[in-house]
Write a protein that binds this ligand. Structure first.
Ligand code: 2IT
Length: 445
């Protein structure tokens, strides 16, 4: 395999799909050496078969708003690869959602799901629908119309969607309700369900919790712990909330959260009732963090700025893709950051990752760090198949074990000669080998 040649061909087929091309290039660069050392991959043409999705389902979603206007959004499901299990991955509802973003997320999901050790393939979906400012009834009508199209293509052994940005417990409820009505089955076809109707305990906070378990393992490679460390977090949704809660529990101090309107700096740390307040912020559906600065004393709000300008020991991107740039990385490094872990998907630009590697900052990519979310979705599927509901402790213990295992895989495949762990390389190689070998086992299909 020649990365530049492969990328040139892919760019020709999919011009302008920037995020997708970025995600593919990163994986190809990481695996190039292993791939070329094992001729069975090239003779099965694994790369060309892996970088294109199995199929892309696209549909229109008409719905009626509260003023009786008929609206139309686009809906998508990318079924990327099901070599090791049913397609699995979230649905993102956000106005900037497009094919490129969902293909990048679906592609990343293949390797992430492979790392979890659970039998799940890669998929992703969503819509350019913006839940911000919509009434409950509007969100319900949209979700019902979305599922009216999607239900034919999904199933507990086929494709199992879940939440992502803009899709939380409320949306999952509306989507699942419609699926159940159309199909007549009460199966585990979606994860992130309410715990009264088949959902797993710990799923809402699992991405953030898992991210912190992973971060703890990274620090341990340098005989460090979270105790006493200052942390900047971006975002303020489920992921940021779970991360802030667990990091605080383990003795760290979280000093920022952010939204599209800017970031808040809380020098006293975001803990206790302030973490509960994050849930209230989310519940307003307004997508802003400024109100936090009125609610608590001594808090600064920095309009239109990103939290990466604050001097901290650890930075945890928890919002969206490419939100931490090369310049942000330089600022963090100048301020003495020791670790950056993406709890979001592809939170850092390639330029930022180069800076962290060059300066030997501990850095790990989303597909390893945030795998706790989908791993706990996998545990929800297990419970649904067994018709059981595990205790919080049981789920949390399994999540913890899975995150330690993923960390171990990254170290195994990513440790460089000088002892520095390249977690990007480690995660990509470990995730790739399992999927590629499974594809070879099953022949050309
Ligand atoms: O990016 C992700 O891994 C998710 N949004 C969670 C996917 C899932 O199926 O739980």
């Amino acid at each position: 395999m020649n990365v530049d040649k492969t990328m040139k061909n892919l760019e020709k087929k999919h011009p302008g799909e920037v995020e997708y091309l970025q995600a593919v290039r990163e994986v190809l660069e990481s695996i190039e050496e292993v791939y070329n050392e094992n001729p069975q991959f090239e003779s099965a043409n694994i790369i060309e078969r892996l970088i294109e999705p199995d199929r892309v389902i696209m549909f229109k979603v008409p719905w009626v708003d509260d003023e009786d206007n008929v609206k139309v959004n686009l809906g998508y499901r990318i079924q990327f690869n099901n070599a090791i299990g049913p397609y699995k991955g979230g649905l993102r509802f956000h106005p900037i959602v497009n094919l490129s973003i969902l293909k990048f997320l679906g592609f990343e999901q293949i390797f992430k799901n492979s790392l979890t050790t659970l039998p799940m393939g890669g998929g992703k979906g969503g819509s350019d629908f913006d839940p911000k400012g919509k009434s409950n009834a509007e969100v319900m009508r949209f979700c019902q119309s979305f599922m009216l199209q999607l239900w034919k293509y999904i199933g507990p052994e086929t494709d199992v969607p879940a939440g992502d940005i803009g899709v939380g417990g409320r949306e999952i409820g509306f989507l699942y309700g419609m699926y159940k009505k159309l199909k007549g089955d009460h199966t585990g076809v979606i994860t992130g369900k309410g715990s009264n109707w088949g959902g797993s305990l710990v799923r809402p906070e699992a991405t953030g919790f898992g991210g912190i378990y992973f971060a703890k393992e990274m620090l341990a490679t340098r005989n460090e712990t979270l105790k006493g460390k200052t942390i900047s977090i971006s975002g303020f949704g489920n992921v940021a909330w779970g991360a802030a809660l667990k990091a605080t529990e383990l003795g760290a101090k979280v000093v920022t959260i952010s939204g599209p309107d800017g970031y808040v700096y809380d020098k006293d740390g975001i803990s206790g009732k302030k973490i509960d307040y994050m849930l209230d912020l989310r519940a307003t559906n307004e997508d802003i963090v400024k109100p936090y600065s009125y609610a608590f004393e001594g808090v600064e709000f920095h309009e239109g700025k990103s939290p990466w300008e604050v001097k901290v020991d650890i930075a945890l991107p928890c919002a969206t893709q490419n939100e931490l740039t090369g310049e942000d990385a330089k600022t963090l490094i100048k301020n003495g950051v020791i670790m950056v872990a993406e709890i979001s998907n592809m939170g850092c630009t390639p330029e930022a990752v180069v800076e962290f590697h060059k300066n030997k900052v501990l850095f790990a990519p989303g597909k390893a760090v945030n795998a706790g979310g989908v791993a706990t979705s996998g545990l929800e599927m297990t419970q649904n198949s067994m018709k059981l509901h595990w205790s919080r402790q049981e789920v949390d213990d399994r999540l913890h074990e899975i995150m330690c295992n993923i960390h171990g895989q990254c170290v195994k495949y990513g440790k460089l000669e000088d002892g520095y762990v390249d977690y990007v390389k480690g995660a990509n190689i470990a995730g790739f080998l399992k999927v590629a070998n499974s594809m070879i086992d099953m022949g050309v299909i």
